[in-house]
Design a protein. Structure first.
Length: 134
């Protein structure tokens, strides 16, 4: 049986930047939250690809956390993360900050080195999470 449009719930958090294209911040289906790739953008601010990697990663994780909250989930409910980072030299900082922000949560994870990202940013993350039980 195919899902109906009523089974797919788009998420739009006011605490994260609005989508810049033809996609939703996240979609919820069957208690699972699928978060679109998040760049280190800030609501109401111009693009800032020159920001240090640490700053960019914290912005991405803040956007991800805000979208999860709007979807009835949180970092402790993340099942899988895919992170795309420019520059292998950023991997240690990624691990340190990621662990700091996620705390005891240890979702499945892929970290993919890439040559470049949109707007010249250094990190993008998408995720799959479970909603909190009602």
């Amino acid at each position: 049986m195919s899902p109906t449009p009523d089974d797919l719930i788009p998420i739009l958090s006011r605490d994260a930047p609005a989508p810049g294209g033809h996609y939703s911040q996240a979609i919820v289906h069957g208690g699972v939250v699928y978060v679109s790739g998040q760049l280190p953008t800030v609501i109401g601010s111009p693009h800032d690809p020159a920001a240090p990697f640490d700053t960019q990663l914290r912005r991405v994780l803040a956007n991800l956390t805000a979208i999860l909250a709007a979807a009835g989930s949180g970092p402790d409910r993340i099942l899988k993360v895919s992170a795309y980072i420019v520059g292998g030299e950023n991997w240690p900082a990624f691990n340190r900050i990621y662990a700091e922000v996620l705390g005891g949560a240890r979702p499945a994870r892929s970290v993919v080195p890439v040559p470049e990202l949109h707007y010249g940013y250094l990190v993008e993350i998408d995720a799959i999470a479970a909603q909190y039980p009602e």
